[in-house]
Write a protein of this length. Structure first.
Ligand SMILES: [Zn+2]
Length: 250
């Protein structure tokens, strides 16, 4: 601050209020920026999860299709054996041989029936899995559309806030120059120690606007007089009256 000019307490308070208002706006931008990329990230994670699920179902479908193919091969093999045994049965020499061949034929017949049953069951499963796959693909499509929309929104907001942020940063630097170093040091220290970033607060319903500790009437009127800088006994924030706070525009 300029050394040539002495500032009144009221001017000092106004300067602090201004810095606080701009800093609070910058805080809001940070919060906004902090949440939007997270939303996009969540959607990306969700889509990644859905894609993994889709791949798993596709693998399962491939497995079922391979199984069906192997059962079809088994039927072919059994049918070939059946043909072989049928041919052999034409040249049987005795009853024992005939029975043995018949048993083999029966076995191959059962083998074929079993493979057919397997194919039927697997085909049903295949239909079921295909339906699940379609649903998963649809879901991915919806989420991807949503992501695209959110990303667009985010990009837009980032561009918008970047402009606003640049303006506010310049404003806050100018505003800080008109506050005494000692006051600024205390201001920054308190701002950093509270999550809401409030260092200068108005009186709200007879209480400190930062910690809601009740302010006695005598102290309230002292605050309104702007004769000295008064801090909250409970939280250390600088207290200002509403009229003064409202009189400062940024
Ligand atoms: Zn307080």
């Amino acid at each position: 601050m300029a050394t040539t000019k002495e500032y009144s307490v009221e001017e000092k308070l106004k300067a602090l209020i201004k810095v606080q208002k701009i800093e609070s706006k910058l805080d809001q931008i940070q919060i906004l920026k902090g949440e939007l990329p997270m939303e996009v990230k969540d959607l990306e994670d969700e889509i990644e999860g859905l894609n993994a699920r889709k791949n798993r179902i596709e693998e399962e479908i491939n497995g079922i299709q391979e199984f069906i193919e192997s059962r079809k091969e088994a039927i072919k093999d059994a049918q070939a054996l059946e043909k072989k045994y049928e041919k052999q049965s034409e040249n049987v020499k005795n009853n024992r041989e005939f029975e043995a061949i018949n048993k083999e034929l029966e076995m191959q017949g059962l083998e074929i029936k079993l493979a057919e049953k397997h194919i039927k069951d697997a085909t049903e499963e295949l239909i079921e899995k295909s339906e699940i796959l379609e649903k998963a693909k649809k879901q991915i499509g919806i989420k991807e559309k949503n992501l695209e929309h959110k990303k667009g929104e985010l990009d837009k907001i980032i561009v918008e806030t970047e402009k606003e942020e640049t303006v506010l940063r310049k404003q806050v630097n100018v505003a800080r120059e008109s506050v005494e170093e000692r006051l600024l040091f205390g201001f920054d220290r308190i701002r950093k120690s509270y999550r809401n970033g409030l260092s200068v607060v108005p009186i709200e319903r007879e209480s400190c606007g930062g910690c809601y500790n009740t302010i006695p009437p005598q102290r309230q009127s002292e605050i309104k007089q702007h004769k000295k800088i008064i801090v909250c006994e409970n939280c250390g924030r600088i207290l200002v009256d509403n009229d003064l706070a409202d009189s400062v525009d940024i």
